[in-house]
Design a protein around this ligand. Sequence first.
Ligand SMILES: C[S@@+](CC[C@H](N)C(=O)[O-])C[C@H]1O[C@@H](n2cnc3c(N)ncnc32)[C@H](O)[C@@H]1O
Length: 233
Amino acid sequence: MKNKILFVIKGLKITPNFKEKLTHNFHELTVLEMLIYLIFIRSFWDKKRRFFFEGSLALPGQMYIAERKVLFDVIKEKKPRHCFEVGTYTGGGSTYFISKAFESVGSGHLVTLENDPYFYNKAKKYYAEKIPVVAKHVEFMFGDKAQDFDKIIKLYVRVDCAFLDGAEDSNQTLSQYNYFLPFFHKGTILMVHDWNTEKTRELKPILLRGGKWRVYKEVKPPESVGLIVFEML
Ligand SMILES: C[S@@+](CC[C@H](N)C(=O)[O-])C[C@H]1O[C@@H](n2cnc3c(N)ncnc32)[C@H](O)[C@@H]1O
């Protein structure tokens, strides 16, 4: 209770980048900004913009509007049978939009891995209790390495889609890529977040070297902190 009161008191302000945050997501807003958005702004936005900005209102998550839209559209366009994600966080960002796209397609699963027990439990519980229809398209896994996917990946034999958004650690991202590589095939979709940060420093030259991957979509700053989607040739 004390934490909730402190959260509200701290949030009674408008930040200098409020306007910019309206291109990010609802959960980046302060409490006062949330109220301004809900009372004065929301009704002027179309349904699509609200969907990508808000996500599931009671479930925090990361990613900007443009990034969420790319993840959603790619699943709808390419219709992979499944997608493997590293980095669930609380489940309200990429996890929500990828699984909503599978729900919209009517089939497909996201298998998502998180190494923080608090986030893993929070996300899993919220989906089961609050959004069971979406939960049918997600499998939550607790673990800290791509090898934790072993059992599930063997059932699928090949990997149609992967999304890398784990720790800000280029070596971990590279190991995740190397784990998936033998399972990738022509047409596999590989989505990578934080394309301009340390997270992807070692993987970037490998993907851009040519021959193996083509860039299918990319969102750049300021609409994104860097999200790139590759298709395997
Ligand atoms: C940038 S956040 C992911 C944001 C999320 N994709 C979203 O859109 O809201 C990175 C997440 O990866 C988790 N993580 C870090 N290292 C990991 C690892 N080795 N295995 C699995 N998850 C990891 C962190 O705990 C954190 O929740």
